[in-house]
Design a protein around this ligand. Sequence first.
Ligand SMILES: *Cc1c(COP(=O)(O)O)cnc(C)c1O
Length: 379
Amino acid sequence: MIPFVDLKSQYLSIKQEIDNAVLQVLDSTQFILGNEVQTLETEFASYCNADFGIAVNTGTSALHLALLAAGIGPGDEVITVPFTFVATVAAICYTGARPVFVDIDPVSYTIDVTQIEKAITERTKAILPVHLYGQPADMEPILEIARRYDLIVIEDAAQAHGAEYKGQRVGSIGDLGCFSFYPGKNLGAYGEGGMVVTNHPEYTQKMRMLRDWGQEQRYHHVLKGYNYRMDGIQGAILRVKLRYLENWTEARRNHAALYDQLLADSWLKTPVVMPYSRHVYHIYSVRCPGSDTMPPSQQRQALQKMLNEQGIQTGIHYPIPVHLQQAYADLGYKLGDFPWSEKAAHEVLSLPMYAELKTSQIQTVVESLQKFDCGEKFR
Ligand SMILES: *Cc1c(COP(=O)(O)O)cnc(C)c1O
């Protein structure tokens, strides 16, 4: 069996260190926030080249707090993409603001920077690009537009720990950067977790209050806050794992290079790395082009079924863009509004990807892909 992700093999590779770190937290009884979380904030912010880190309980909370820190609320609009995980859009709605979608660039899967300006209105307050699959959005034009229209830039870097745009780590390129430590992410806790990084001291102070009931000091509630605190155990685990992140990222990048090489002449389209990117391959996603007799999504379904029968797990990130999700029908978008997002949703297929993946496993996956009857046009 080749799983889509393998959390167990990674745990076993660092078991002693993790177990010790957890036991130390149990012994200290610093179960919520505390020294480990505080040190993680410093270490992870420094990893992102940012001045401050604010640890929270999920990546979704990180997005929510970043938006609140930026002063976003009812009546405001935030520009983002529909081809993302639903949390990006949900966090905007939590503030009472309205998400305004811009389609993706079909090559990079990140926001099409040429379409941002026409989505800007009087009410626009922020741009929220998503570094999808671990590839940075094209930040330079985004920052330039933001400067011109006086907008805040919040990066959704939940899939992009350690990714770089023109040599700069994501998270610290815009005003605020949001990360998730969900177990399957490139840096994953053993439970939920998230962090905002920023260079702004005012935002930092506000988010530290908001994550802990808006308190300035105990029982003095300056702001209407939330319980978005990180657990001490997660802080300790993430500190151990952060020390391995660069090695794991390099392993992912090597696996991607091998997939690229072995699939170079195949009927599937491999991911494109933009010239400005250090891609960290949270997800290695190929595209099913479809054939004369089979539309892409049907071909993808047949391929996924065949792989599954051979013990190879795959995923689809994401099958329905957010503008077509039932829960967001009230935004008033319809089929055809964002053609590149809709096309990607029909074609993408995520192959097994994690640091501990073996060369032989990648070869097996590729052999299975090559065996699939992809239809007339590609034989
Ligand atoms: C995982 C993810 C989130 C949400 O993070 P959680 O920790 O699961 O709340 C937000 N945006 C994107 C793009 C993600 O992949």
